[in-house]
Every structure is written in structure tokens, then in C-alpha cells.
Design a protein around this ligand. Structure first.
Ligand code: GLN
Length: 467
């Protein structure tokens, strides 16, 4: 039984045309048949029992807004009494003591959590190759990466292993894998969704958002997840629109095309596919305006200075004493810390801890960290100026389609360049969405990014729906 969004699914269940218990069992079977994709770190086999309870609630009219929606959650988000590994050996065998607010809000509306998805270790990566659970395969072409760091979450939706999934986006980790897998993925405004229960990578950049096959489901889940939480002081006390109902309004948009995002380095086929969409929008009466975001060329450097600095501090807590893995090599306390961290963390995480420690160290702090903070402000000002003229900014999501497994893993700089169009939104704290727009000649999905000003997700959803 197929359905195109959650509203249709609910109607089928209500009319007795779809059994929720069977639906969940089918997802579990598919997860099992697609084990080679390696999308899940943990699967919750007790989900069908939960489905039965929720099905009863649906039939007697007491069910929540997400009743029966089958959701997979990135393994950096806490779910009480379930493993929380961040795809790292250092958190092997660690179970969470509480549930992340964003996940709890979905559960409170009767969503069913089916499992925890694979990702790059501590969400550091663009290909899902940096995972202690192994590489995740792109379901469209198994020799390609799914993108990262939320690769497992993107694959779980793209390969029909769940209805919706949650990912996190610090520099592109929702939007880029969504584009590589041909689905929608939304990074909310920083402060829209509580980060309580999200294992911190770079606290002033991290956001939680949904992946789905429809704008309707993205909107529904975003409405439920959003809002102030007293457990996260950076979550904003600001009205949350009912995205699902307000979505349907149509208006003409002023759409900005930043010339820096269409310059050298962008694959021609991607550029052409985006221009077809731009042409269509123009013929529908939307206004296309060329804009400048002059500090764009500094975004990658700024992002990698600030996020590694924050990561080096956040990851200091994993010392072998409190969480998960502890080295068994005997020695004094200092060597217990050192050995636990040396064995427990993977190569990319160690690289970032070292980079971050370096940019924060006395003598280098002013040259790197402080300067990068200043550039962050300039990047934000670029966006402020742009949003005086336009409603939405339209760009590629990634300069290339899904690359081959192993193609960039030996060259961190090439890997970091995957994020060239996505890190700016995190530096500025603004929302962004990937909208799938077709395939290239090799059959690989291509995505387009829309960005709006802070707390203007509705514009992204409305324009995404029009597209
Ligand atoms: N790929 C980027 C990085 O490696 C973004 C990661 C993310 O958004 N979590 O840092």
C-alpha cells in the first residue's frame, strides 16, 4: 500500500485499508533486506507492538498529529535506555539516560521510532565514510557515497526503510545527503528546535531537522519539533507557525541568485538543471535577482576554524572516565585518558580535535579563532543585506553529485570542499532546504538549495512546494 504523505497514510489507516502493524513489519523486513546499505546502527524490533497501540488510538480518535509515522533517528540524538554511539567506538555500549526534546516531541505525537541511523563519527564528515559502523551505500548507486554526515538518515528515507528521519546539520549534514539521495532535507534556523539531547559537535552551529519525500511531511514534522525548551537556553521563544496549513498560500517570490555560488567549481550539468528550474520560476511570475554574497570565499575556512575549536572543547568530556569505552592498558590516570581517547576516536575526529586545539592555543587564538569570529559576522551581514532585497536565496546544494566511495577519503581538503554551498547557512544561523530537481546523465540525484532569513522556514516550504 503506497501513500504520498502522512495525511494519506492516516486516512488509509482510519478507513481500515492499511494496518499500521503490518506497515511497521514491512519496514522492518525492508531494513533487513537492505542491510548491505548499512543505514541503521540499531533497529527496534519491538516497534510492531507499539504500532498496535497507536492504531487503536487512531481508530478511537485520541491519536496525536504524527500517529503511526515511522521515524528513524540519527545516532547522535538521545533516546532513553537505547544505545547512543555517535558512530564512535568511544561510545560503544553507552546507553542514553534521557531522550532528546526533538525526539520526545515526535513520540508525544505518536510517531514510532524504528531505529537509529548510521552517520559520520560525531557528525564530522560529508560522505558517511567516517563511521565505526562502516560505510553507508547510496541506494541509487551502491558504488557511491550517500553524503554525510547524516548519510544513514537520508538513505533510510530514500530506500523506503521508514517514512521520515531526523538528521543534524552543523555545516550541511542534512542538505548535502538529501541532495545525494534525491529527497527533501531541511535545516531549521539555529534556535528553532531544541538541541537538548543532541550530542554536541559545534554548539553554535548544530541544528536538528527532518528528511522526507514530501514538503508536506517536512512541514508537519518541523511544526511538531519546533519551539522553546527550557532545557536549551539557545532555543528561541518565538511563535511556531502551523507550517502544514500555512504552506498552501501561493505568492510571488523575489528569488536571489548569488553569483559567487555559480562560479568556478560547479559541475555544468548541475548548473544547467538549476537554470531550468530558475527559468520555470521566472515564467510563473517570480522575480529573479542577481545578488552578491561577497564573503562567500571565506566560508569554508571560517567554518573549519570555528567548528573544530568548538569540537575540541565539546569532545573533551570523552575521557574514558565517564562514558562508554575505557582503555584496558594499565597505567596512571593521564595515560588512561590518553589511551582511551587514542583508541576510541577515529582519525577524522582526532584531526579536528587537534586543529581545534591549535586554533584556540595561546599565540594563535587571535590569528585564527578571533579573526574567524569576525568573518562570521561579515558573512551574516552579507545575508542581512541580501534579505533586504529578496525573500529566498537559490543555490546549488553541492558542487557535484554523489561521488565514489573512497574517492575523497584520502584528501580532507577535497572532502571539506563538498560543503562549499552549505556552511554559510550555519555560520549565519539561517534555515536552508534541499529540493530534489532531477538526475544527471549517470542517473544520480541533483538537488537545489533554498535559504531564507532567520525563522522564515515558511518561505522555504512554500517555494519548495511550488517547485
Ligand atoms: N560535512 C561537514 C563537516 O564535516 C558538515 C558536518 C555536519 O553538518 N554535521 O563538518
Amino acid at each position: 500500500m503506497t501513500y504520498k504523505n502522512h495525511a494519506e497514510k492516516l486516512a488509509l489507516i482510519r478507513d481500515g485499508k492499511l494496518s499500521l502493524k503490518e506497515n511497521v513489519s514491512v519496514f522492518l523486513q525492508r531494513i533487513d533486506q537492505n542491510k548491505n546499505l548499512n543505514a541503521f546502527n540499531f533497529v527496534f524490533e519491538d516497534s510492531p507492538a507499539q504500532a498496535e497501540l497507536i492504531e487503536t488510538k487512531i481508530k478511537n480518535g485520541s491519536a496525536g498529529k504524527l500517529a503511526g509515522m515511522v521515524v528513524a533517528v540519527k545516532d547522535v540524538l538521545a533516546l532513553k535506555d537505547k544505545p547512543l554511539t555517535c558512530s564512535s567506538n568511544i561510545l560503544k555500549d553507552f546507553n542514553s539516560l534521557y531522550t532528546a526534546t526533538a525526539v520526545q516531541k515526535l513520540i508525544d505525537e505518536d510517531a514510532i521510532i524504528i531505529g537509529k541511523t548510521n552517520c559520520d563519527e560525531f557528525a564530522m564528515g560529508s560522505s558517511n565514510e567516517n563511521s565505526a559502523f562502516g560505510v553507508v551505500l547510496n541506494p541509487i548507486n551502491h558504488s557511491r557515497v550517500p553524503g554525510g554526515s547524516s548519510g544513514g538518515s537520508a538513505v533510510a528515507v530514500a530506500a523506503n526503510l521508514c517514512d521520515v528521519s531526523l538528521g543534524t546539520d552543523t555545516g550541511g549534514s542534512i542538505r548535502q545527503p538529501a541532495s545525494f539521495c534525491g529527497i527533501y532535507g531541511l535545516k531549521p534556523t539555529y534556535g528553532r528546535v531544541s538541541r537538548y539531547g543532541l550530542t554536541a559537535f559545534a554548539s553554535s552551529f548544530d541544528t536538528i531537522g527532518p528528511f522526507a519525500k514530501s514538503i508536506d511531511d517536512i512541514s508537519l514534522v518541523l511544526s511538531v519539533m519546533s519551539g522553546h525548551d527550557e532545557k536549551d537556553s539557545t532555543s528561541q521563544d518565538i511563535d511556531v507557525p502551523d507550517f502544514s496549513t500555512e504552506l498552501k498560500q501561493t505568492k510571488k517570490f523575489k528569488i536571489g541568485l548569488p553569483k559567487e555560488y555559480f562560479a568556478e567549481g560547479l559541475n555544468d550539468e548541475i548548473k544547467d538543471l538549476i537554470m531550468v528550474q530558475v527559468g520555470k520560476l521566472q515564467s510563473q511570475g517570480h522575480e529573479i535577482i542577481e545578488i552578491d554574497l561577497p564573503h562567500t570565499e571565506y566560508s569554508i575556512a571560517t567554518y573549519y576554524i570555528l567548528t573544530t575549536a568548538e569540537a575540541s572543547s565539546n569532545l573533551a568530556r570523552f575521557d574514558g572516565a565517564r562514558y562508554g569505552y575505557r582503555s584496558t592498558i594499565s597505567g596512571d590516570l593521564q595515560s588512561m585518558y590518553t589511551n582511551s581517547r587514542s583508541d576510541g576516536f577515529g582519525a577524522e575526529v582526532k584531526r579536528r580535535i587537534m586543529l581545534g586545539t591549535y586554533v584556540l592555543s595561546a599565540g594563535y587564538y587571535d590569528a585564527y579563532y578571533r579573526k574567524a569570529q569576525k568573518v562570521r559576522r561579515l558573512l551574516k551581514q552579507d545575508f542581512d543585506k541580501a534579505f533586504e532585497k529578496v525573500d529566498v536565496i537559490l543555490t546549488p546544494t553541492s558542487p557535484f553529485a554523489a561521488f565514489k566511495i573512497g574517492e575523497k577519503s584520502d584528501d580532507p581538503l577535497q572532502m571539506y570542499l563538498s560543503d562549499i554551498y552549505t556552511t554559510s547557512a550555519n555560520l549565519a544561523g539561517i534555515p536552508g532546504i534541499n529540493v530534489p530537481i532531477g538526475n544527471n546523465k549517470e542517473g544520480l540525484p541533483i538537488g537545489m538549495q533554498l535559504m531564507a532569513d532567520q525563522f522564515e522556514e515558511l518561505k522555504l516550504l512554500r517555494l519548495g512546494r511550488i517547485i
